[in-house]
Write a protein that binds this ligand. Structure first.
Ligand SMILES: *Cc1c(COP(=O)(O)O)cnc(C)c1O
Length: 615
């Protein structure tokens, strides 16, 4: 895997050229060039890079695919979509999204009051707003205010009590009223780790019996004309398309039955989100078994068939895909701070006049490694290492011997890998798990990839350059939190190989891709590492590099982080100053200097600054 599976997960969003990861768009900007520019400007920690053109691209893909299926099947319903705000509410994502969707029937979906306020402020009046999730009277009231403002808003009812509240609020408010959607509880289920939103035991939706009751309530309160949509959502990241087809048949039949019961304005089937993103870097580990074209064709075809059989009009198709739209636009850049075995060079050997026999043998192995016996010597040295560690535990060798054995084994590993680097990797693949290198990254997985921590979701990762050099080290990745869960360990079924670099001499950066959906807002401040410094890359022909950096937002500084936790930062500053004032053997000049240094640190973010020793 020396292209890091880029054709699986990036398609043509990113490409490899001249040994670098570049944008697949025109101009083909190398990511490493953007990183270097940012670092020249002082941003040394992790970075989140946003690419608004990729938001635009995903929107076009979604609409093009559905429009072409609609054309293919001569379908009479329309296609509309909303972006579910819970997937990414950050303004540097939402504002470009809204701008990119101006020519489309595209709006926002809200699941809370705060999200609804975002939708009311940024959606065009003609674009749809849907409101899902549990609602109290206040939130329903807010939905009525939105429709009074002229918004095209649909409140999706999750339970009968919400409908009763709507009826109550309608009596208190003037028209225009919001449209009403009913979320149906399906028999079918999604598949994959996120599939908890569908199914008969799901948290959401009305049973058939409740649906009938809801129709009665709507009719009796003269609100049946507001009922326009049925909705379902079988879970995020649908890996297999067959449960979706089942869900469509169920929902399509419910749609037709309700129309026959006199729900004349019911004209929309909202199929929720769930369109999957391909995160895999390895053949045979695909996250989904369908393409977008297949997905849209299945949706259109299924609904057409049902409408035909039941002699009802073909419903408008409404989708709430979030992950598919947002994932690709953001990339996390993590500088590599250290390779753990870096410190092991010949100079760190502290050999004695007389060394234990096993150490002498290690020395021999090290000197005599050749291509033919490399693997055998490597095995022997790993065995010796085990024995030497046992000898140390039993008190037969001292710390100096133990150190020598560690250094020697690492030197042997490196020499073996170097000797075999031109040969087929399979030769060393068998033992890669034992000889992996640990890469320390200047980032927090808890902050920037919480789904890795919570759901074991893997994100594609690769170095930003050196891609014309074969990577030789099997890698496990460690973040800078002091939590042992901050590790992405080497997996021999889905191996990650990285380059053997001396980070004291040269920079080495890893990019984690497809982190634009869910990760940012779920990210947590474990160890008080905050959202990294971020910016957007916007193409600009007038700039000689072809782009400009916009919406730069620096990572929060330490005082702001503490302020967020509701510490009284003035009190913290006062206490620190007092402590320094009270140091007995420091004159006033000295105190001033320490205080000055402390203030600089308080005004910076908490990530490491990765300053090279020998630039
Ligand atoms: C979360 C959610 C979505 C978005 O799902 P994706 O997998 O991100 O497309 C859509 N609709 C509802 C009701 C949701 O809860």
């Amino acid at each position: 895997m020396f292209d890091y599976g880029i054709n699986f997960w990036a398609r043509d969003d990113f490409i490899i050229e001249d040994g670098k990861v570049k944008l697949g768009a025109n101009p083909k900007i190398a990511i490493i060039d953007i990183v270097n520019k940012a670092r020249e400007n002082g941003y040394k920690g992790p970075l989140i890079m946003r690419f608004p053109h990729l938001i635009h691209k995903q929107l076009d893909k979604l609409f093009d695919s559905f429009h072409s299926s609609i054309k293919q099947y001569k379908y009479k319903g329309k296609f509309k979509a909303v972006f579910p705000l819970k997937v990414n509410q950050f303004p540097n994502f939402i504002l470009p999204l809204v701008e990119a969707s101006q020519d489309k029937d595209y709006g926002l979906e809200a699941g809370s009051k705060a999200e609804l306020i975002i939708a009311m402020a940024y959606t065009n009046l003609k674009s749809p707003i849907t409101v899902n999730g549990f609602k109290d009277k206040e939130m329903i009231h807010l939905g009525f205010i939105a429709s009074n403002m002229g918004h095209n808003v649909t409140l999706t009812i999750e339970g009968l009590n919400e409908l009763e509240t709507i009826i109550e609020v309608a009596k208190e408010m003037n028209p225009p009223y919001p449209n009403i959607g009913l979320r149906i509880r399906l028999h079918s289920m999604g598949s994959g780790i996120w599939a908890k939103s569908g199914g008969i035991n799901s948290k959401f939706g009305l049973t058939s019996n409740e649906l009938l009751e809801a129709i009665n309530l709507l009719k009796n309160s003269n609100l049946i004309s507001q009922f326009t949509m049925i909705h379902f959502h079988i879970g995020s990241q649908i890996s297999d398309i067959s449960p979706l087809k089942k869900a469509l048949r169920e929902a399509g039949n419910i749609y037709a039955e309700l129309r026959k019961m006199g729900c004349e304005n019911l004209s929309i089937v909202n199929i929720g989100g769930g369109l999957a993103v391909e995160y895999t870097q390895h053949a045979g580990f695909n996250n989904k078994n369908y393409t977008l074209a297949e997905f849209s064709a299945d949706v259109v075809f299924s609904l057409k068939e049902i409408a035909k059989n039941k002699k009802e009009k073909e419903p408008d198709i409404f989708i709430e895909s979030g992950r598919f739209i947002a994932a690709s636009h953001a990339v996390l850049i993590a500088p590599v701070l250290e390779l753990f075995s870096q410190e092991y060079d010949e100079e760190s050997l502290r050999l004695k006049e007389k060394n234990p026999l096993l150490i002498e043998e290690l020395l021999d192995l090290y000197k005599n490694i050749n291509e033919r016996y490399a693997i055998e010597y490597l095995h022997d040295s790993l065995d010796h290492m085990e024995s030497l560690l046992t000898l140390f535990e039993l008190g037969y060798i001292d710390l100096q011997d133990r150190s020598n054995s560690e250094v020697l084994v690492h030197l042997i590993i490196k020499k073996v890998i170097d000797t075999l680097k031109h040969k087929n990797h399979n030769e060393i693949l068998r033992i890669q798990e034992q000889i992996q290198e640990r890469y320390l990254l200047n980032c927090s997985f808890f902050q920037s990839m919480p789904d890795y921590w919570g759901l074991s979701q893997r994100f594609p990762v690769m170095p930003l350059d050196k891609l014309n050099i074969r990577p030789t080290r099997s890698a496990s990745l460690w973040d800078i939190t002091c939590d042992s869960d901050g590790e992405i360990s080497f997996n021999k079924n889905m191996p990650l190989f990285l380059h053997d670099v001396d980070v004291k001499q040269e920079d080495y950066f890893l990019g984690f891709f497809l982190v634009g959906a869910y990760q940012e807002v779920l990210g947590m401040k474990h160890n008080l590492f905050t959202h990294p410094t971020e910016f957007s890359i916007v193409f600009d022909e007038d700039e000689h590099c072809g782009y400009k950096i916009e919406n730069l937002l620096e990572a929060q500084n330490i005082l702001d982080v503490l302020d967020d936790l509701d510490y009284d930062t003035k009190d913290i500053e006062r206490r620190l100053k007092q402590r320094i004032d009270e140091v007995p053997n420091l004159d006033s000049e000295g105190k001033k200097e320490v205080l000055g240094q402390l203030y600089i640190m308080l005004s910076e973010n908490g990530y490491l600054r990765t300053i090279r020793k020998n630039p």
